[in-house]
Design a protein around this ligand. Structure first.
Ligand code: B12
Ligand code: SF4
Ligand code: SF4
Length: 247
């Protein structure tokens, strides 16, 4: 007797293997990969895609990084498609494609949410995902899916502790100093208008979204990169050298 459509589909579906996917993406160059239960953060129209595959690269968000992240997303899509599951990739650089369909996707889902739900970091006082091993200097991409992966353990509280170096040294005073928790996930940590307005008229920031000093000053970042020995960064507005800032 011939199989009905949905029965045929059920037969095609195989259980997804989280560790296999992680190993595969890391072999293809991903720095970190995690899978989170993102149910709480989904809007109605995508509520069926309740697993977020969070992918990070240990490099700045430039054209090469975006290309590499897009490639990792494509490989993830192929894996999920092969098993018969649905997916939606949130592009890493969506805000830069003004007017296109994908430019609306970043409002639909934040990479930071997938990262904390996957246990890959917390939201620091600089408003960025801080991974304990790499700090905030990671670029992120997300693939949402309905594949029933066993989720990783989420991080639900900030581990910044007493540190507030980024708040003290932000040249536009854009950081409010509030501590993130999953219980109040959208508290105002960054005043983005201030962060955005800083670059106006500063030549060194042309073609950059903004100064990024709140990344360079973070002790988690400096430990990961071997600061201050290897590199020095200067806050262009206030002339602060990282060598002068204690870890
Ligand atoms: C628009 C945008 C900007 C804008 C404005 C940001 C804004 N929110 O309006 C501007 C231009 C100012 C900007 C600046 C920067 N950005 Co930006 N930006 C984005 C973009 C495209 C969308 C962010 C967004 O609006 N999300 C929607 C809001 C509602 O969410 P959110 O604030 O991002 O995150 C909240 C939730 O995730 C929530 N949350 C966390 N966990 C959980 C768990 C649950 C269950 C729930 C419910 C919620 C929740 O807490 C977060 C904080 O409130 C993202 C890419 C993306 N698609 O995510 C990159 C992104 C956030 N930016 C990034 C970077 C690197 C920067 C800059 C350093 C620029 C640079 N030099 O490259 C600065 C940093 C300034 C700062 N201190 O934050 C990285 C962050 C990397 C990291 N380690 O976190 C991202 C993720 C890009 C990427 N693909 O890697 N950015
Ligand atoms: S990117 Fe620069 S201006 Fe914006 S929050 Fe970070 S330190 Fe402040
Ligand atoms: S500089 Fe300190 S307060 Fe800011 S994000 Fe890093 S650890 Fe947290």
């Amino acid at each position: 007797m011939p199989l009905k459509g949905c029965e045929r589909r059920l037969r095609q579906i195989r259980r997804p293997d989280k560790e296999q996917l992680k190993d595969f993406l890391k072999a293809k160059g991903a720095t970190l990969v995690g899978v989170g239960d993102v149910t709480e953060a989904l809007s109605e129209e995508i509520s069926h895609l309740n697993r977020g595959i969070s992918i990070a690269l240990d490099s700045k968000l430039n054209a090469t990084t975006v290309r590499r992240l897009l490639n990792l997303q494509k490989l993830t899509e192929r894996y999920l498609r092969g098993l018969g599951y649905r997916y939606l990739s949130i592009p890493p650089d969506s805000d830069r494609r003004n007017g296109t369909f994908v430019s609306r996707l970043y409002e639909l889902f934040s990479h930071k949410t997938a990262a904390t739900c996957s246990g890959l970091g917390w939201i620091g006082k600089n408003g960025l995902v801080i991974n304990p091993d790499y700090g905030p200097a990671l670029s992120w991409a997300t693939v949402l899916t309905d594949a029933p992966f066993e989720p990783d353990r989420p991080i639900t509280e900030s581990l910044c502790g007493e540190c507030d170096l980024c708040v003290q040294h932000c040249p536009s005073r854009a950081l409010t100093g509030r501590t993130w928790s999953v219980r109040t996930p959208y508290e105002r940590i960054v005043i983005y208008e201030r962060c955005r307005s800083l670059k106006k008229g500063i030549k060194a920031f042309e073609a950059k979204p903004n100064c990024g000093f709140c990344i360079n000053i973070c002790p988690y970042m400096r430990r990961a990169k071997g600061y201050p020995q290897k590199r020095e960064s200067r806050c262009l507005i206030r002339g602060v050298s990282l060598k002068e800032v204690p870890l």
